[in-house]
Design a protein around this ligand. Structure first.
Ligand code: SF4
Ligand code: F3S
Ligand code: FES
Length: 255
């Protein structure tokens, strides 16, 4: 019986989370010790509709092929370590439910693009974090406030950067950006999101330093407003909007 037949045969009143069915995963593998090029490998896995793609990767690793290599930690959409391309779209494996994918066809899983491939689903994140560090993603409060006083901030001031505080540094945005794919020199949307978080923080005194950094030829002006980053963000951050706000601050000359 095919996967599609099994899914269609489910009794209408049955809970799909208790009926297992077979899903085919086609995973792009690469072992630098033995492969000259990446290759695709099929795995059939018994899944429940409420399982996640991360559960499938665990089942494959634990039951079929222990050499399958991927990153994950929290398994709950917090740590940002399991961004990958699932059916051609950047997602977190731990937040992608099987029931939300078309299981009548194989599910394709591969590493995110634009960063050096190390092994199977793992890429080298160093260039990504180098751009992140370059924008000085930490509070630089200067001389204020007076010693012993708290840094007062209004609700409206806090709201200016609320969205960009949600970033988990998963790289789904940056690795979905066609400008980043071209040469990897562009700072990328994740670095700009994390600069935005401090540029618009009223307690911070280094907004201009970060704006100057992002005014670079590899900075915000390379963004072509393609929105891939916003579509890819698992935290729902309005990434393209944040980039536009940084561009506007540069044109105004201040945050
Ligand atoms: Fe991930 Fe969104 Fe942060 Fe980009 S902005 S790194 S997609 S959480
Ligand atoms: Fe890239 Fe996002 Fe701009 S995908 S081009 S950073 S809108
Ligand atoms: Fe932490 Fe998915 S494993 S975000």
């Amino acid at each position: 019986m095919t996967t599609a037949t099994i899914a269609a045969d489910r009794p209408g009143n049955a809970d799909p989370s208790v009926i297992p069915f077979t899903v085919t995963f086609i995973i792009r593998r690469f072992d630098p010790d033995t492969d000259t090029e990446p290759r695709w490998q099929d795995f059939d896995v018994e899944m429940y509709a409420t399982d996640r793609v991360l559960d499938a990767l665990h089942k494959i690793k634990w039951e079929q092929d222990g050499s399958l290599t991927f990153r994950r930690s929290c398994a709950h959409g917090i740590c940002g370590s399991d961004a990958m391309r699932i059916n051609g779209r950047n997602r977190l494996a731990c937040k992608t439910l099987i029931k939300d994918l078309d299981i009548s066809k194989p599910i394709y899983v591969e590493a995110i693009k634009g960063l050096p491939l190390e092994k199977d689903l793992i890429v080298d994140m160093d260039p990504f974090f180098a751009s992140f560090r370059e924008v000085q993603p930490f509070l630089i409060p200067g001389s204020k406030p007076e010693p012993g006083k708290e840094r007062v901030q209004s609700v409206a001031e806090r709201a200016r950067f609320d969205d960009t505080t949600k970033c988990i540094l998963c790289a789904a945005c940056t690795s979905s950006c066609p400008v980043f794919w071209t040469d990897g020199q562009y700072f990328g949307p994740a670095a700009i999101v994390n600069a935005h978080r401090f540029i618009f923080d009223s307690r911070d005194d280094a907004s201009q330093v970060r704006l100057d950094i992002l005014n670079d030829k590899e900075g915000v002006w390379r963004c072509r407003t393609t929105f891939n980053c916003t579509d890819a963000c698992p935290r729902g951050i309005q990434v393209t909007q944040a980039i536009a706000e940084v561009k506007q601050a540069l044109m105004r000359g201040h945050a």
